[in-house]
Design a protein around this ligand. Structure first.
Ligand code: 13P
Ligand code: SF4
Length: 336
């Protein structure tokens, strides 16, 4: 038995990630590339990951793009540089592949705001409603849902349903309220929210807009209505990125997690990107969950193939149906 792997497993149970010493002279970028080839592994990363991780990823995307990539990959191992619900979604779609997450504690406040047992009681009070859940939720919530959506396809999925269809939307009340507003629907909303997107300060944004009158203000629909009302553009992370690259404007105030600025700057090196300020003095528009992943943890995770996402098979099968429905609907509605 490989003693170092045994040691690694013991460290993992305590901390949720491998806590081993790494030779500081090691070129982690080269090592990660080597491990990808050796193990036939694909590295998927969300835009909110730190720049180093984005730079070594095979694919960087929003939640929909990442789920679509996970569904089509031929790799033997999926390494997910994101948060738990994203890696879990990849596992639900790939029961026979190994799915790794550099830090098992990389959770999501929005997902945590919707515990399955409470949601089940809520759902039981609305027996004639269809359940659409934002992908930022646990497998337990997905298993209680009819269709999954992301911020890039939520509006089109909701609007594809008959107007008189009663709908519960969970767990993000801000995204749900935004979809209600633009679609004219009256979906019943679960009272959940993202700790990062709820913190933007309208007062500071207004001041910033005054100071940069030339700037476009762009926001993610997880932000509160008061912030969204001020936005020139609202969209998922990929949609925001594409908007900045295609726009003739040169300055953007960006209301979402700061990780996306790395790709915005790469796509448009001559444009200026200003992170929208939160309502306190800390860097709270960094997602503390996303930022738990580091290049070091990523390297160790690929080397020792831990931590791995493991799931109960009945739960996986129940959660797979509404995700497959989302992927099928996205294809039919032309959302890529
Ligand atoms: P998208 O990547 O779908 O825009 O969602 C943002 C988010 O908060 C992911 O956790
Ligand atoms: Fe969850 Fe918000 Fe972090 Fe996204 S940014 S992972 S929604 S807490």
């Amino acid at each position: 038995m490989d003693v170092s792997i045994d040691f690694a497993a013991e460290n993992l149970t305590k901390k949720g990630f491998l806590d081993l010493e790494i030779d500081p002279t090691l070129d982690l970028f080269a090592e990660i590339e080597k491990l990808k080839k050796e193990k036939n592994a694909i590295l998927l990363a969300h835009y909110y990951q730190e720049p180093d991780i984005q730079d070594v990823a095979d694919y960087i995307g929003d939640s929909l793009g990442l789920a679509q990539k996970a569904a089509e990959t031929k790799a033997d191992i999926i390494v997910f540089a994101g948060v738990h619900f994203m890696a879990e979604t990849a596992k639900i779609l790939n029961p026979n592949k190994k799915v790794l997450l550099p830090d098992l504690k990389a959770g999501c406040s929005l997902s945590d705001s919707c515990p399955p047992q409470l949601f089940k009681a809520f759902k039981d009070k609305h027996p004639d409603h269809l359940v659409i859940s934002y992908i930022n939720c646990s497998a337990g919530i997905k298993a209680l849902s009819d269709i999954i959506c992301t911020s890039s396809n939520a509006r089109k999925i909701v609007e594809s349903l008959p107007e008189d269809q009663k709908i519960i939307f969970a767990p993000d009340k801000n995204l749900g309220a935004y979809i209600n507003k633009v679609s004219g629907r009256e979906m019943v909303l679960w009272n959940g929210a993202c700790m990062v997107h709820e913190l933007f300060s309208l007062e500071k944004i207004t001041k910033l807009k005054e100071r940069h009158k030339e700037a476009m203000f762009i926001a993610h629909p997880e932000c509160e209505d008061a912030v969204l009302k001020q936005a020139d553009f609202i969209g998922s992370t990929t949609q925001m990125l594409n908007f900045t690259a295609e726009s003739e404007h040169n300055t953007f105030i960006v209301a979402t997690e700061t990780g996306i600025l790395h790709q915005m700057q790469k796509r448009s090196p001559n444009k200026t990107f200003i992170p929208a300020p939160p309502d306190n003095s800390c860097a709270c528009n960094d997602c503390p969950h996303m930022k738990l992943n580091t290049l070091e943890k990523l390297y160790l995770c690929m080397k020792y193939e831990q931590p791995e996402i493991l799931m109960d098979e009945d739960l996986r099968i129940a959660a797979q149906k509404p995700i497959e429905r989302m992927l099928q609907l996205s294809k039919e509605l032309g959302i890529v």
